[in-house]
Write a protein that binds this ligand. Structure first.
Ligand code: GLU
Length: 532
């Protein structure tokens, strides 16, 4: 809210994840805001893989990152080669290839760049070798704390003579490289979200910038790459604010220009505590597997800390680009509300055609063991043709794609995410239903009333001819009877529960049509037996 950005030209922003785990909502939010900012101002969005930690970085996580971003439609202008380009390259590019003129975009492939700058800092005496052992550092830290001082390194190796350093190096003593933090300096930057932020350099101590010349640490490699890649703005999570003064000091020491910063608010659970797995810390592939749509996720994530201040609630990616502005990013924590995500996803599910929804639901039904695919042969004029069709796994009954689509369509309106489909429609695919008999009773109905009501339904439905057993005729005949009762519920509730075994479902007329006369009557009979 506070400061307005400088003229927005030549924008180059980056999303710089470390591939140490799957991509989560928080990471996507950072990627998305960078992407929107770049696209809004005709800039470039760069994906840089910060994989300098060989123990924790894994190719598998990098792949997950790339795949998730591609699936969400957050496409980078520069960075590792996206899979759709790889596929088209016919072997010319491979998974180590990249797009853009500032590569390589994986830090593990940029070691020569860091060595150059590290050497420069050491030569200019802005950084130094530190030979203190872990034990010494630990003991020193404890001592500082015991006398009430902040446990920061205060430069024991800062003033080692050249001779001593060389001697230690000859002895092959292990070392790290520390930055010579200028003492008692105010480091001030104007955050585009949070306004002026000040740090006192004496609280930083001489921080380690590299484990050795070929193993730079985050703050250093980040400062170098942001410069080398011509980055103009850093948009990242609030948890990185404490790194910013270190990066600014490094930029100054290396005579790099200072960048613009925008730190995004934390994402909190509904309890205002750190986001837990239950509330949304799941990975993007988890969300995808649960049956959330990329458009819904993008729409939802865009509002995690940003609000255009309009009534409009659904935004496409291009509308987001159009309306995005850093000024509308909030300072306070963003609350992760899964109900809102479900609601939004439901909107996007409803926009899909019945066929699309069916295709997206089928894998869930198969995984739940409700449906299986099978091949059968049909006789055409001259030959036997194999066609694939579906089997209801539990009953062995064959079912057409049309019928499945009809069933799923009954639920398209109420479907929030595709994985919900199994628990909504499982009753179509089983032989007998499990439910409490009490569920059959509407309000204060007695056992007798319920049996009477089911009997009525049975009689009415038996009279409908098999070929006319469709929603219209079922509805017409049942409603005729229902109108005679004080409330439709007395007739239709027990029937609906008898057919579905569920507290909530689609209406009994369409369900009865799909089940067919025989199954419908059988289920009514079973329900009656349950009460008796
Ligand atoms: N590599 C850092 C991370 O993923 C990102 C830091 C940054 O954006 O500066 O944690």
């Amino acid at each position: 809210m506070s400061a307005s950005p400088k003229p927005l030209k030549n924008i180059r922003v980056r999303f710089a994840p470390s591939p140490t785990g799957p991509l989560h909502m928080g990471g996507v939010r950072t990627a998305l805001f960078n992407y929107l900012f770049a696209k809004k101002y005709g800039g470039r969005f760069i994906l840089r893989i910060e994989d300098t930690d060989p123990q924790r970085s894994k190719k598998e996580w990098e792949n997950d990152l790339l795949k998730s971003l591609e699936w969400l439609g957050i496409l980078w202008d520069e960075g590792p080669c996206p899979s759709f380009i790889l596929e088209k390259s016919r072997g010319i590019a491979d998974s180590s290839s990249y797009i853009g003129d500032y590569g390589p975009y994986r830090q593990s492939e940029r070691k020569e760049v860091y060595v150059k700058y590290l050497k420069r800092l050491v030569e200019e005496e802005k950084a130094y070798y530190c030979f203190c052992s872990k034990e010494e550092l630990e003991a020193y830290k404890e001592y500082l704390m015991s006398i009430g001082q902040p446990p920061i390194y205060q430069g024991r190796c800062r003033n080692l003579s050249k001779e001593k350093v060389n001697a230690y190096l000859r002895q092959k003593r292990p070392f790290v490289i520390r930055f010579k933090t200028p003492s008692a300096q105010k480091i001030i930057f104007e955050d585009l979200v949070r306004g002026k932020i000040e740090f006192d350099s004496s609280l930083l101590g001489d921080f380690v910038i590299a484990k050795d010349f070929y193993t730079p640490l985050y703050n250093f490699s980040c400062a170098v790459d942001d410069f080398e890649m011509g980055i103009s703005h850093i948009i990242r999570g609030e948890e990185y604010i404490s790194n910013t003064p270190k990066q600014i000091l490094l930029q100054k020491a290396l005579s790099f220009p200072q960048l613009e910063y925008a730190h995004l608010p934390l994402i909190l659970g509904p309890d205002r505590k750190k986001l837990s797995k239950r509330h949304g810390a799941a990975s993007i592939s988890d969300w995808r597997n649960k049956g959330y749509l990329p458009k819904a996720l993008i729409n939802f994530i865009a509002f995690l800390g940003w609000n255009p201040g309009t009534e409009k609630e659904t935004y496409s990616l291009s509308e987001l680009i159009e309306d995005f502005s850093i000024e509308k990013i909030q300072k306070g924590g963003a609350i992760f509300d899964i109900n809102k995500l479900d609601w939004l996803n439901g909107i996007y599910v409803r926009k899909k055609s019945a066929d699309q929804v069916t295709q997206m639901c089928l894998p869930y039904l198969e995984n739940a063991g409700l449906l299986g695919k099978t091949e059968k042969t049909i006789k055409s004029e001259e030959e036997l043709l194999p066609v694939s069709c579906f089997l209801i796994t539990k009953t062995g009954e064959e079912v057409s794609q049309d019928k499945i689509e009809k069933i799923i369509s009954l639920y398209q309106e109420r479907l929030r995410k595709f994985s919900d489909i199994t628990s909504l429609i499982d009753f179509f695919f089983v032989e007998s239903l499990e439910y409490e008999k009490g569920l059959l009773k509407w309000k204060n109905m007695s056992d007798r009333d319920t049996i009477k009501s089911l009997d009525k339904c049975y009689k009415i439905l038996s009279k409908i001819k098999e070929q006319e057993f469709n929603k219209e005729s079922i509805e017409k005949s049942l409603l005729k009877q229902a109108e005679k009762m004080q409330n439709r519920g007395y007739l239709l509730w027990p029937l609906r529960v008898a057919l579905t075994g569920k507290q909530a479902s689609a209406g009994p007329f369409e369900i009865a049509e799909i089940l067919g006369k025989e199954k419908t009557l059988k289920r009514i009979k079973k329900a009656k037996e349950k009460i008796k």
